[in-house]
Design a protein around this ligand. Structure first.
Ligand code: ATP
Length: 427
């Protein structure tokens, strides 16, 4: 028998106490929206949306709360079926950008398009979006099955079809055995999977995920990361995923958009972002441990360029295009950058590097199994971090020699903090 549910929203008191009011409103809106749709089968990816393509464009988007500008002139295109990561430190405007796209926040200035449709004034329920929140926002009084089925029931889908669709989604995320449990009887990882399943059965054109893994322990996060990446491949839907965790950013997305203080810094593939950061912020944010940076002066001695500060003087690689880029900085202060993996124990120097040897003391060693992290202090007391071969025997408090690989170094403008040159050979 087909169960026809009256279209209406469960009151917000019945929502999990951790659900923020806007999340509850959003989910209720989505469920109302589904009630207006024609028949569909989520797992066959047959969207009935009038939106032809699930590309997203932010065009000169600014968001102000009173006089505070929290997102400034955001220009960002997310391609149809892309998995884009929005990453940046806490408070940089990631969630606000996602909420403007979902229709939960008004845009102060600029335009947002989904496909070729400007959606600034389109209500959330008509944007064909499903959102997975950090809090999961599950209805605590409903079983897992009911949480997943609710939107389909509102739509009036036949019970046998609901059964098929819920079971297929549950199978996809490996939660078939949990369908009769209530959210309070689930672990954090299981709740997270239920929240994703509930989004899957909606068959949206766009998935928005706002730090969906941040409540999980380290091991589960690794597993859930892989699950979400596989899910994206399977569904072929546009995913926009917000995180402040740069490991998630590097491992999950096809492109990463890095934000800082409301301003988009760079959008690129993970590899290119790592090797060719636009500026000092991106260089320091992407990569763990972070890139080492040193204030230094660029010196031109008979056409050869050196980096000099109180701790070292090293000759930069003789690359023609690099020399042209750095020549205008002769005699000026610059920032010299080198990643931890480009600092080596002299006993284990890889072939084909451009070496420069320095003296340092080791203040701490961390044996990670496949590598050793060395915390070093240079003669001018500046600290830096090296990621060296696990066979290294350089030990704490020793005065040691370390080898920088200058073919993997960077220069930044000391005033604008923009990158001048990346000597990284990989493009
Ligand atoms: P996090 O990683 O901590 O969630 P975020 O990058 O997602 O941070 P947002 O939640 O987008 O950051 O917040 C950006 C800025 O906007 C913050 O300074 C925040 O305090 C402010 N903000 C967010 N919502 C409001 C609001 N409703 N009223 C006033 N200020 C707000």
């Amino acid at each position: 028998m087909i169960r026809n549910y009256k279209v209406g929203s469960p009151s917000s008191e019945v929502l999990n106490a951790r659900v923020r009011p806007f999340e509850a409103r959003f989910i209720q809106n989505l469920e109302l929206k589904i009630s207006n749709f024609g028949s569909f089968n989520p797992l066959q990816n047959t969207s009935t949306s009038s939106i032809p393509m699930a590309s997203v464009v932010f065009e000169q988007v600014t968001k102000r709360f009173d006089t505070d500008t929290v997102v400034k002139d955001l220009n960002l295109t997310v391609h149809d079926q892309e998995f884009l990561i929005l990453v940046g430190p806490s408070g940089c405007g990631k969630t606000t950008s996602l909420r403007m796209l979902a229709g939960l926040e008004q845009v102060t200035q600029g335009n947002i398009y989904i496909g070729d449709r400007r959606v600034n004034t389109v209500p959330p329920k008509d944007r064909d979006i499903a959102m997975v929140f950090q809090s999961y926002a599950l209805y605590p009084h409903m079983t897992v099955y009911e949480n997943m089925a609710f939107s389909l029931q509102l739509h009036g889908t036949a019970k046998s079809d609901i059964d098929k669709q819920v079971n297929a989604a549950a199978r996809q995320m490996g939660i078939e055995a949990l369908l009769n449990r209530k959210p309070k009887e689930l672990s954090g990882g299981q709740r997270q999977r239920v929240a994703v399943c509930r989004a899957i059965v909606r068959n949206p054109a766009i998935f928005l995920m706002d730090e969906p893994l941040s409540n999980l322990d380290a091991k589960l996060r690794v597993q859930a990361r892989a699950e979400i990446s596989k899910l994206h491949k399977k569904l072929g839907t546009t995913f926009i995923y917000v995180t402040h965790d740069q490991v998630e950013a590097m491992t999950m997305g096809s492109r990463i958009a890095v934000m800082n203080q409301g301003i988009l810094q760079q959008v690129d593939t993970p590899a290119h972002l790592y090797r060719h950061p636009n500026n000092l912020f991106v260089a320091g944010f992407i990569g763990s441990p972070a890139m080492n940076t040193f204030s230094a002066t660029l010196i031109n001695q008979d056409g050869e360029f050196y980096i000099k500060n109180e701790a070292f003087q090293v000759k930069l690689p003789d690359r023609r295009e690099a020399l042209m880029a750095i020549a205008p900085y002769s005699g000026k202060e610059v920032i010299f950058g080198i990643r931890p993996e480009a600092i080596h124990d002299p006993q284990y120097v890889p072939p084909d590097i451009i070496p420069a040897t320095l003296t340092a003391t080791v203040s701490l060693t961390e044996m990670m199994g496949n590598e050793i992290i060395l915390y070093l202090t240079l003669p001018n007391k500046q600290e830096c971090v090296a990621r060296v071969d696990p066979r290294s025997t350089l030990s704490q408090t020793e005065s040691v020699q370390i080898v920088l690989d200058l073919s993997s170094s960077y220069l930044f403008d000391a005033n604008s903090e923009q990158m001048i040159i990346s000597f990284n050979p990989f493009r």
